[in-house]
Design a protein around this ligand. Structure first.
Ligand code: CA
Length: 448
């Protein structure tokens, strides 16, 4: 929260007396005040206590521009003798004076910067002190949209920080390790959300799809699998625990062949009580009635499914929705869709069958997704304990088939568990991972 105290207010008064121009917000308040203000030259006090009494932390409050509040004599503080300012001004000067002597408070909300990035609305001086870059106005011109961009070897405490590659916005094609240390801004931060605005590093090796060259590693928080390849537009959540804990470190290791790497990771600090905090245990968290989920390095053109993955993808159950259905996303690149290819030899043009469950000849024992009690749309849900859960193979279907299906589940909360082992060759080749579109299903009498 920013507060204009006595000194700032006096500075503004001087600026006003010198004929400094006012911003749109100032003019707005001035015109309102002029309509309400005294018509004659009266003597007014402005009590400094009123400004100093403003809370120093108004996070989670609404933006508030306090209208000018001339203090009545009978409200004078017993300390007014020492910290109040008394002025006698003529009618014209008085109107301006009162408008300037307002405490301007605004919450440090997220703002859209001129650069196109997301920033935090701060006073200009605070932005500089925190190491940010002002990028356009906010809060009606009283604040600046402060953007934090950091790179290798740095430390951040700021919400909405961008972690970029060395040489950004240009590419980086050297080898080494680029690490960022992330501290909580407050002890009531429980999670970090990492949005991969840009994420292009070397992919996995092509035999077993392990990220053994380039990789992105998160340490210090909840376990997160190492990832590599192209992940632009994807995200992950890291549980950072309650209270002040050890920092979370984000590391890009670039040890693979020369490659024009580029990354820009936005780091958001999620308060423990916020309504956008991910449910526990979710490394990915999607909201909305419809959306798309993709495994890391999913790319219908070149991307290979990553080995050694083991995490949960959660979809927030929206109000009045009781079920969820999944279909494979279109694959515009291949003449045979590979938007679900988890296991099997999918190099050729022959459709590879789906496999389900954990027992039997067509079961999933290496790589799979789990959709609890999955059933194909149009069929009654299975009854436990015969529910299908694991699905793998080269076709998305909750039954063994070479025809893709729409699969639904009514198990709450809505989650998919994704698991891959550390082996592909020779039984599994050219698998891409998955891109699934989901649509939540409204509650009905049979689905609740
Ligand atoms: Ca595997």
């Amino acid at each position: 929260m920013h507060r204009l105290g006595l000194f700032a207010a006096l500075a503004l008064l001087v600026a006003c007396a010198a004929g400094a121009s006012l911003g749109p917000g100032d003019q707005h308040h001035r015109s309102k005040k002029m309509m309400r203000g005294p018509k004659r030259g009266l003597k007014h006090k402005v009590n400094v206590d009123d400004y100093l009494a403003a809370p120093s932390n108004v996070a989670n409050q609404h933006v508030s521009f306090l209208p000018p509040q001339p203090v009545q004599r009978k409200q004078r503080s017993p300390y007014a003798k020492h910290n109040s300012v008394e002025h006698s001004v003529n009618p014209t000067r008085q109107s301006r004076f009162l408008s300037l002597f307002s405490v301007v408070r605004f919450e440090n909300l997220e703002c859209g910067a001129v650069s196109g990035d997301n920033g935090t609305c701060l006073a200009a001086r605070e932005c500089i002190e925190r190491g940010g870059v002002a990028s356009g106005p906010c809060a009606g011109g009283f604040g600046v949209c402060c953007v934090f961009i950091v790179t290798c070897g740095q430390t951040t405490y700021q919400n909405s920080t961008y972690f970029v590659n060395s040489g950004y916005p240009g590419p980086y094609d050297g080898t080494g390790s680029c690490q960022l240390t992330v501290h909580k801004r407050h002890p009531d931060i429980c999670q970090l959300r990492l949005d991969f605005d840009q994420f292009m590093i070397g992919g996995p090796e092509i035999i077993n799809h392990v990220c053994s060259n380039d990789q992105f590693i998160v340490s210090g928080g909840s376990p997160v699998p190492a990832i590599c390849g192209t992940n632009t537009g994807n995200h992950m959540y890291v549980d950072a625990g309650a209270g002040y804990t050890s920092p979370v470190t984000l590391t890009f290791v670039t040890s693979g062949p020369a490659f024009p790497r580029n990354w820009k990771v936005r780091i958001s600090q999620i308060p423990c009580q916020s309504n956008y905090k991910a449910e526990d245990g979710c490394m990915q968290y999607h909201t909305g009635v419809t959306g798309q989920i993709r495994s890391f390095n999913y790319d219908s053109g070149m991307g290979l499914q990553l080995s050694n993955q083991d995490y949960s993808i959660c979809i927030r159950m929206e109000r009045n929705f009781c079920g969820i259905q999944y279909t494979t996303a279109p694959d515009p690149v291949n003449n045979r869709s590979r938007s679900f290819s988890l296991s099997g030899q999918t190099t050729g043009q022959n459709q590879v069958t789906s496999m389900v469950g954990s027992v039997g000849p067509n079961s999933c024992n290496g790589d799979w997704i789990i959709i609890p009690c999955a059933a194909n749309a149009g069929r009654a849900p299975s009854i436990e304990p015969t529910c299908t859960d694991r699905i793998c193979g080269g076709t998305f279907n909750s039954e063994v088939s070479t025809v893709p299906a729409t699969v639904f589940s009514t198990v709450k909360p809505f989650r998919i568990i994704y698991h891959t082992n550390n082996v592909e060759f020779p039984n599994d080749q050219s698998n891409r991972g998955f891109a699934l579109n989901y649509v939540q299903q409204p509650c009905t009498n049979v689905m609740n």
